[in-house]
Write a protein that binds this ligand. Structure first.
Ligand code: ZN
Length: 552
């Protein structure tokens, strides 16, 4: 899901670089195993039109699974799930069909909010009809319960069976940078957290107020993502609390709800203080949603190299294989979302890193797992399923290194860690980057919460130290302005569009540099005996340390 930066490069640069792609390292360091052709071949195939955009359950899934499994087999990797290279991921496709309007009763009169224009609704519930019937609306500020920040938006109010209205991002966003992590979004700021917390509080439904800055994307993204059917993990039999309905309201619709309750923006400002108290708006909400549910099974692909000395300790590499499939045609009439960068490139890099490990003269001492997950684009589902149904004990899993988008263009002087400040893996990367003559640069948009937006997060959420990092925008010999242009071009013209397709002009010099870095960190982790930790202030530290069986 995360955006990656670089795109094209002239043929001239390609020639200039290919001549300096030599290195004088010894044969067993694994580094010489990485080649442009090896990587490019995999990306070209996985992103070809015949793979139809690699959507789960499509013929593209079958082709993709077959390709990745065959590659693992041919390399001589062991199957990662007993005798199989596959892990079943039971999912359900849920299509909610809401009434055209949401009815709101208030003391100042009744009014309606329009579906799509004013609100979008979704559900993880498979009941055929879900209704809100004059259910009370509560404004719960940011909807956050964070003991470590002395924060509880639900203190002193009972929201059981009610509809909760909350703000997106962290308390203090854009108002007070001294609370939470300032401009860096914590997990408390993500929409997924808002729904999870509202469910824990017993709410019936949760509506998030959209704000382009705070969400880091426009309302149209919400409309496109939640407007129709969505895949979810099949939670039948799961006892965890869940909402009947979840959704978003536009900023304009929120204004109507505030005004009818006699409130204005001063209430939103007050939500940025820990003295804030959730309040009832005195409004009643009604809405019917018909639900269609289709059950199906997708798959993660998993292979391993058993460790020579500590086979019961694990280092995981993750990269999602799925993309968006066939969808709305672009203005050239192309409807196949090839996902070459997102994430054929990461899946290809996973294969190349596996090959580098396999080619080592001395086997890694810990077991190294290569996990290509499904349905990242639908909400990190394949990785979430692995985290909830781990094949190898999480307490014996040292780290996860994730790849979502590999730089197809030039080398960079900088390395950017997604969501910096989380765990010790960042210090490993700092040292490796330095050995490559590179430096660590801050994330361009820490407020966007990218740490919570790809598969490493699924492992982080269950306590496994997880890392996502890649080259930045400081392109060698060309500088940051040039790099920024490439990044902006990718974001505007290719990211999640049919135009994210293979380009023969790509040199992958930067991608190879990043893959070597990610291989080296995995190799170090696989051959050492220490256990990287979460840093103080990380939301995931307590989860890891709660489990006393994690080795020190
Ligand atoms: Zn992705």
């Amino acid at each position: 899901m995360r955006k990656l930066f670089f795109y094209f490069l002239s043929g001239f640069m390609l020639i200039a670089y290919s001549s300096c792609n030599q290195n004088n390292s010894s044969s067993d360091d694994g580094i010489s195993s990485f080649t442009k052709d090896g990587l490019a071949q995999h990306i070209k195939m996985l992103s070809s039109d015949s793979f139809q955009g690699r959507k789960p359950f499509s013929p593209g899934e079958i082709k993709t699974l077959d390709y990745i499994q065959t590659a693992f087999k041919n390399m001589g990797l062991e199957p990662g799930n007993g005798n199989s290279y596959l892990q079943d991921v039971p999912m359900v496709e849920i299509t909610p069909n809401a009434d055209a309007v949401m009815k709101v009763q208030s003391a100042k009169g009744n009014f309606e909010l329009k579906k799509m224009t004013d609100f979008v609704i979704s559900t993880e519930n498979t009941d055929s009809l879900i209704s809100l019937n004059n259910d009370e609306l509560i404004f719960a500020g940011y909807g956050v319960v964070a003991p470590e920040y002395n924060w509880n938006d639900y203190a002193g109010i009972d929201v059981k069976g009610k509809v909760v209205l909350v703000l997106v991002n962290d308390p203090g966003f854009g108002v007070d940078t001294t609370i939470f992590k300032g401009n860096t979004m914590t997990y408390y700021g993500r929409w997924t957290y808002k729904y999870e917390e509202a469910a824990r509080q017993g709410a019936k439904a949760c509506l998030i107020i959209h704000d382009t800055k705070a969400a880091s994307y426009p309302f149209s993204v919400v409309q496109n993502s939640w407007g129709s059917s969505n895949l979810h993990l099949n939670k039948q039999g799961n006892k965890e609390p869940h909402l009947a309905l979840q959704g978003w309201v536009s900023a304009d619709a929120a204004k109507k709800l505030f005004t009818a309750a006699g409130k204005d923006t001063s209430l939103i400002v007050s939500a940025n203080k820990n003295t804030f108290k959730a309040i009832s708006f005195g409004e009643k909400i009604s809405l019917n949603v018909k639900v269609k549910a289709n059950y199906n099974t997708s798959h993660n692909v998993i292979a391993k190299i058993t460790g020579s000395k500590r086979p019961d300790e694990f280092v995981i590499y993750t990269a999602h294989w799925d993309h968006l499939g066939i969808g709305k045609p672009d203005d050239k009439g192309d409807s196949i979302y090839n996902g070459a960068i997102d994430n054929a490139s990461g899946a290809a890099a996973l294969l190349e890193i596996a090959k580098a490990f396999k080619n080592l003269k001395h086997k890694p001492e810990r077991t190294v797992i290569f996990l290509s997950v499904t349905a990242e684009e639908q909400g990190l589902l394949g990785s979430a399923y692995y985290a909830q149904h781990p094949i190898y004990p999480l307490t014996k899993t040292v780290a996860d290194i994730n790849m979502d988008g590999i730089n197809p263009a030039e080398k960079t002087n900088d390395v950017v860690i997604t969501g910096a400040g989380q765990n010790d893996l960042e210090d490993y990367i700092a040292a490796i980057a330095k050995s490559q003559g590179r430096y660590l640069a801050p994330e361009a948009h820490p407020e966007a919460g990218h740490y919570y937006r790809s598969d490493h997060f699924s492992l982080a959420k269950v306590g496994v130290p997880a890392l996502d990092c890649s080259g930045g925008i400081d392109v060698v010999g060309k500088g940051k302005e040039y790099g920024k242009k490439l990044e902006d071009d990718y974001t505007a013209n290719r990211y999640h569009r049919p135009a994210d397709q293979f380009d023969a002009k790509w040199t992958f010099e930067g991608g190879l540099q990043d893959m070597q870095m990610l291989f080296l960190i995995g190799k170090k982790l696989a051959n050492e005996t220490s256990w990287p930790k979460w840093k103080a202030g990380s939301e995931f530290k307590a989860i890891r340390e709660k489990d006393k069986s994690v080795m020190e």
